[in-house]
Design a protein around this ligand. Structure first.
Ligand SMILES: Nc1nc2c(ncn2[C@@H]2O[C@H](COP(=O)(O)OP(=O)(O)OP(=O)(O)O)[C@@H](O)[C@H]2O)c(=O)[nH]1
Length: 257
């Protein structure tokens, strides 16, 4: 990048590469029992929980490095008892949505379509648009499969989402990959919508009479240093949660394998 010191320029606009989001709010949605808590806890702790409180809704925080870039991730593990009826608490808060169904439950697959409708209706036209990822969980239950991979993939295509099948009780890396992909999608979307930003705008300088000038170095105001890469916040609104001060101590009562 050339800053052209020593020459006055009129409204010289230099763009800088897009900044990465410093924060990413991921909302995990889906009907009861699909494994939202199990996926969330697996991502946060690398462990699988088998017992859970179905009424518990909470938001967890973690620091992640995704593609060598740090990001503060908040994950809201929702507990919608009646489907997507009171979505306001997370729609405006989310940077990305994971909509989960269980591959061994056709009912959960149908249920996730309501979430897809609600979320895509809300996010349509927003800039940046919050990415949506469709997740078929419990692939370890293959022999009880009711939802084919083709159907999952077709539904995702219909809504323009990424699609993954996974198991919260199998390997950690596949679960981590989903969350990281959500973060990558948020970054891509942010970059797509970042306006061209001026790095600096130099003022017009009056014509300088060199003979009367004391010295050349004093004639030019030093240009400001280029802005250093600063991480930006994607969303700053706060999540509403049924519980206060979420921490992983919530897992105390859970059976952890
Ligand atoms: N076999 C298997 N069981 C899973 C998996 N993920 C979750 N479960 C089980 O499915 C049940 C429901 O899991 P949760 O994580 O509580 O599901 P949830 O979507 O958070 O459910 P609610 O809190 O009721 O909305 C629990 O018994 C889990 O142990 C998985 O990948 N494979």
């Amino acid at each position: 990048m050339s800053l052209m010191f020593g020459k006055a320029r009129t409204c010289n606009i230099v763009t800088v590469p897009e900044h990465e989001p410093a924060e990413c709010n991921v909302v995990v949605l889906g009907v009861m029992g699909v494994g939202k808590s199990a996926l969330t806890v697996k991502f946060l702790t690398k462990r699988f929980i088998s017992e859970y409180d179905p009424n518990l809704e909470d938001t967890y925080s973690t620091e992640e490095i995704v593609d060598q870039q740090p990001v503060h991730v908040r994950v809201m593990d929702t507990a919608d008892q009646h489907g997507p009826v009171n979505c306001e608490r997370y729609l405006g808060w989310a940077s990305a949505f994971l909509i989960v169904y269980s591959i061994e439950s056709q009912r959960s697959f149908e249920g996730c379509q309501q979430y897809l409708e609600a979320v895509t209706l809300y996010t349509k036209g927003l800039q940046p648009e919050a990415p949506v990822l469709l997740i078929g969980n419990k692939v370890d239950m293959e022999r009880y499969r009711q939802v084919s991979k083709t159907d999952g993939s077709a539904l995702a295509s219909r809504y323009g989402c990424l699609f993954f099948e996974v198991s919260a009780c199998l390997d950690f890396l596949s679960v981590q990959h989903i969350f990281h992909e959500a973060i990558r999608e948020v970054r891509r979307e942010t970059e797509r919508n970042m306006p061209m930003r001026p790095l600096f705008i130099a003022e017009d300088k009056p014509v300088i009479n060199l003979s009367s000038a004391p010295s050349l170095t004093a004639c030019y105001k030093e240009l400001p240093a280029p802005a250093t890469a600063k991480l930006v916040t994607v969303k700053s609104s706060r999540a509403q949660s049924k519980r206060r001060a979420p921490t992983l101590t919530l897992l105390k009562g859970f059976k952890i394998f």
